[in-house]
Ligand binder design. Structure first.
Ligand SMILES: [Zn+2]
Length: 228
């Protein structure tokens, strides 16, 4: 039997993140152009964008149009750094401890996805010791982030994953449509949260880095253009 493969960008921000300019039409066009089948929406501390974009995709599919599959997530600012929840149903509040946040994600059937764990120039990240201590509560580690501040961050993440048994995720961390899909995971098609973990084991990651500065410049230009 042929297994369908899907390309998934696990880290995308919509306009519901104050620092992103990705609207739903931009997201659809970028996915089409980049061959991306599914995206995880990881807005900062809000879930509304993910819920809204998911509903829009479902409506489009019902009309017989092509639409990317939306995985509902949130990038949550905890007292110990940023942690993402995936397959969420409800918003998770910011400001809790990492453990409380992970419990909250798990309690609603979600997966704990740790973004950019070794971007050592970012203050908002879990430290290696916390990764070790909380490893029983972590489902996926982001092995490739498109926009690290520290250029060696992804190499350090790979090194960590060589000696730790976590499925590797990857995402563009895009805040503008031109970066969406610059990082993605190619994996067997999946159904739910348990299935995705199993299929990530044999997945392949494709990625290109871009700089946070060029990202900020693109957004500045887009905002200028939309202001006319
Ligand atoms: Zn992010």
């Amino acid at each position: 039997m042929m297994v369908d493969k899907v390309n998934v960008d696990f880290h995308v921000h919509t306009v519901h993140s104050p620092d992103s300019v990705i609207t739903y039409p931009f997201l659809v066009d970028a996915c089409k152009a980049g061959g991306i089948d599914a995206v995880a929406i990881m807005d900062h501390d809000v879930i509304e964008g993910a819920l809204e974009f998911s509903a829009l995709s479902e409506q489009a599919l019902r009309r017989g149009e092509w639409a990317p599959r939306i995985l509902i997530g949130e990038e949550i600012r905890t007292s110990g750094g940023e942690i993402c929840g995936l397959f969420l149903n409800e918003h998770v509040s910011k400001g809790l401890t990492p453990l409380e946040t992970m419990r909250n994600i798990r309690a609603q059937g979600g997966l704990v996805y740790v973004p950019h764990p070794f971007d050592i120039l970012k203050l908002k990240r879990l430290k290696t010791q916390e990764l070790e201590e909380l490893s029983g509560m972590i489902d996926i580690i982001e092995a490739f982030n498109g926009k690290p501040r520290f250029p060696g961050a992804n190499t350090l993440a790979w090194r960590f994953l060589k000696t730790h048994d976590f499925p590797a995720g990857a995402g563009s961390d895009s805040h503008e449509p031109t970066r969406l899909g610059t990082v993605f995971v190619t994996m067997d098609d999946f159904k739910g949260s348990g299935d995705i973990l199993e299929k990530l084991v044999t997945a392949e990651i494709t990625g290109k880095l871009y700089s946070p500065l060029s990202s900020a410049y693109t957004r500045f230009k887009m905002r200028r253009a939309s202001e006319g």
